[in-house]
Design a protein around this ligand. Structure first.
Ligand SMILES: NC(=O)C1=CN([C@@H]2O[C@H](COP(=O)(O)OP(=O)(O)OC[C@H]3O[C@@H](n4cnc5c(N)ncnc54)[C@H](OP(=O)(O)O)[C@@H]3O)[C@@H](O)[C@H]2O)C=CC1
Ligand SMILES: C=C(O[C@H]1[C@H](O)[C@@H](CO)O[C@H](OP(=O)(O)OP(=O)(O)OC[C@H]2O[C@@H](n3ccc(=O)[nH]c3=O)[C@H](O)[C@@H]2O)[C@@H]1NC(C)=O)C(=O)O
Length: 306
């Protein structure tokens, strides 16, 4: 299929305004890093997403799904094929009973958290300050301040790579520290059901505010980043190991180990994905030498890193 034919088909499936070519990915990642995606598509409904997946599979065209890009490092060479973004357009919420909600996967956690607070629903406060979408959060079992998605999720609807809609219970999602079966099975999350508790709006909002103050005090939110660069190794904190290895403030090009929180790699202005990779490789090596611990990237790489 030639490029024009592919573009026409994509527009036919999701509408003219929802398809772009040569889309710079730095504007879709919180790291503000990344080359261009060949095609960038935003479906607005499950049916559109299903048609899109089926078409891309049948035509043997590469694709990936992103949420808010808050945990991604996109290659400087960009992404070949189609990037499907599910935030912005994929964000309805349905109240199932007085404590249960069904949410489309593109909804931002902050928007959902504030809606739940207004309804007097407690239990989502921990997630409200995470700069991701519901889909990304389920995929990663997002967690902060003692809470994780696993604590509140009932089930999720996913599409398999043939475009078939499957409902998975909490147990079937196999949620662990920053993992789930979503990645292993290559599923796309389309919605999730969460069970909260009845609470008081003012108390919920006060807790959200308290966590936001904590986050701002401890984390370098003044710079673009993808949150924690590394997972917590069992029995250790990545930030402490990095600080103890003398790496706080160390930089490669525009990428720097944050002086405020050494678990974060920040973009000080003009970082490239290559800078970030060189820096994270160096951090891994030094931490291994110093403490014998292997650090594993939490950030997910997309595109060509060869
Ligand atoms: N605790 C904290 O303070 C922070 C936590 N985070 C974590 O990062 C998550 C990132 O969320 P977000 O920015 O939306 O995600 P991203 O766009 O960063 O994508 C992250 C991963 O999730 C996958 N993904 C995204 N949406 C879907 C979906 N609908 N179905 C299946 N897979 C999906 C992506 O797949 P693919 O590989 O195909 O692109 C990618 O592997 C947060 O929810 C949280 O877990 C991030 C920052 C701070
Ligand atoms: C930001 C993310 O999530 C964050 C989440 O916001 C916070 C708050 O709950 O807890 C995790 O950070 P973290 O493991 O770095 O936890 P923190 O409590 O900030 O720090 C852990 C320990 O490291 C020490 N620490 C921290 C910063 C630093 O520069 N030096 C240092 O030694 C702290 O003293 C603390 O004892 C999540 N990260 C991971 C990989 O689990 C993310 O996933 O992207």
């Amino acid at each position: 299929m030639d490029n024009n034919e592919l573009l026409d088909n994509l527009k036919l499936i999701v509408g003219d305004t929802q398809v772009r070519t040569g889309e710079p990915m730095n504007i879709h990642t919180t790291f503000r890093i990344g080359g261009c995606a060949d095609y960038y598509v935003q479906p607005s409904s499950i049916e559109e997403l299903q048609s899109l997946i089926q078409f891309l599979n049948k035509s043997d065209i590469e694709y990936c799904v992103i949420g808010n890009g808050s945990n991604l490092l996109v290659s400087d060479k960009g992404i070949r094929g189609v990037v499907i973004q599910l935030s912005d357009t994929f964000d309805e919420v349905e109240y199932i009973d007085d404590v249960t909600v069904k949410v489309m996967s593109g909804m931002m956690l902050s928007r959902l958290g504030n809606k739940l607070a207004d309804k007097g629903l407690a239990g989502f406060e921990f997630a409200t300050g995470i700069p991701g979408s519901v889909g990304g959060a389920v995929r990663m079992n997002a967690g902060a301040y003692g809470g994780e998605i696993k604590d509140i999720i009932v089930s999720a609807d996913v599409l398999d790579r043939s475009g078939r809609l499957i409902s998975l219970s909490r147990d079937e999602l196999e949620l662990g520290y920053r993992t789930s079966c979503i990645a292993a099975m290559d599923y796309i999350v389309v919605s999730a059901v969460f069970r909260l508790q009845k609470g008081d709006t003012d108390t919920i909002k006060a807790l959200i505010k308290e966590l936001a103050v904590k986050r701002r005090a401890k984390q370098p939110l003044e710079y673009p980043s993808a949150g924690s660069a590394f997972k917590r190794p069992q029995g250790f904190f990545a930030a402490k190991l990095i600080e103890d290895a003398g790496l706080k403030g160390v930089s490669v090009g525009g990428a720097m180990v944050s002086e405020k929180h050494s678990g974060f790699v920040v973009n000080t202005g003009n970082a490239t994905a290559k800078d970030v990779c060189m820096l994270t490789d160096m951090v891994k090596d030094k931490v291994k030498q110093q403490s014998g611990v292997d650090l594993e990237l939490e950030v997910i790489k997309l595109g060509d890193f060869s």
